[in-house]
Design a protein around this ligand. Structure first.
Ligand SMILES: NC(=O)c1ccc[n+]([C@@H]2O[C@H](COP(=O)([O-])OP(=O)(O)OC[C@H]3O[C@@H](n4cnc5c(N)ncnc54)[C@H](OP(=O)(O)O)[C@@H]3O)[C@@H](O)[C@H]2O)c1
Length: 243
């Protein structure tokens, strides 16, 4: 797929990983709709960075804690920029809970934001894409789905659902739409943690460093561009899955 002049929607695109992917898509020539929840200032700054280098984009806020809102987000992006043919599901929660203290409410909150909203946003995306048009979806998941965190219990199970959803949707939406995922390892410190937190984790990796966002952007763009890849989950984890 040639990314030039396509419309891309990036959820959680105002900051951090989502922002890097939004900028990467804009640099590749896409018009990018930057979705945010609460980060209006960072969303405006990300859009300004795109416009400064001659790109086009728009921003819009939707609370994806409510999966019913997902189709409205797709319509908002299409109204602003035209038909969306690239969707990146990056917005996510990162709840702290364990099997022992898990509550039904916390479970449902995690699963609504991290699993159900990407599913129903993808459903809306596929429904809106013209019958002759090609589309690409990239889900952002977590390498820890195969060696699960115990302190982010509902989150890691929701991301495991994203892995299965990636494969199932790749089958359901072929050949018109390809659905792939990037599984992140140690990329950035979680909100509230500092560089030392990440350095300690990175010291355990075969490649001995945190990834930063550039390798994530590279993987996402590769999966969007490569027309013969669907249902793939690319690990960007410094070899962490090997240890
Ligand atoms: N950072 C890492 O090292 C790492 C590692 C493994 C996996 N990942 C995955 O990579 C993706 C991006 O990571 P990140 O660290 O950049 O994520 P993040 O900062 O934890 O969150 C990304 C965005 O999710 C949005 N969000 C939160 N609650 C929302 C809601 N109710 N409705 C709509 N949007 C909401 C936030 O938007 P607002 O700021 O606008 O509120 C936030 O900017 C996530 O899917 C994450 O699970 C990251």
């Amino acid at each position: 797929m040639d990314i030039t002049d396509r419309v891309a929607l990036v959820t959680g695109g105002a900051k951090r990983v989502g922002k890097a992917i939004a900028l990467g898509l804009a640099n590749a020539g896409a018009r990018v709709f930057i979705h945010y929840n609460s980060s209006v200032g960072p969303a405006e700054e990300t859009l300004a960075e795109i416009e400064k280098v001659g790109g086009f984009g728009a921003i819009g806020s939707v609370d994806l804690g409510n999966p019913d809102a997902a189709p409205g987000l797709l319509a908002m992006a299409a109204d602003a920029l035209g038909d969306v043919s690239i969707l990146v599901n990056s917005a996510s929660g990162f709840a702290t809970d364990t099997f022992e203290d898990l509550t039904l409410e916390g479970w449902q909150r995690s699963h609504s934001l991290t699993l159900a909203s990407p599913v129903f946003l993808t459903q809306a995306f596929a429904g809106a894409l013209g019958s002759e048009a090609e589309g690409a979806v990239v889900n952002i998941t977590d390498v820890r789905t195969t060696s699960p965190y115990l302190k982010h219990f509902s989150y890691v199970i929701a991301k495991g659902g994203i892995d299965t959803f990636t494969r199932a949707a790749a089958r359901a939406l072929a050949p018109r739409i390809r659905v792939n995922a990037v599984a992140l390892g140690v990329i950035l410190p979680p909100p509230g943690e500092d560089a030392a937190y990440v350095e300690a984790l990175a010291a355990e990796l075969p490649l001995r460093r945190a990834g930063g966002t550039d390798p994530v952007v590279d993987a996402a763009l590769h999966l969007i561009r490569n027309d013969f890849v669907t249902g793939e989950i690319v690990r960007v984890d410094g070899g962490g899955h090997l240890t």
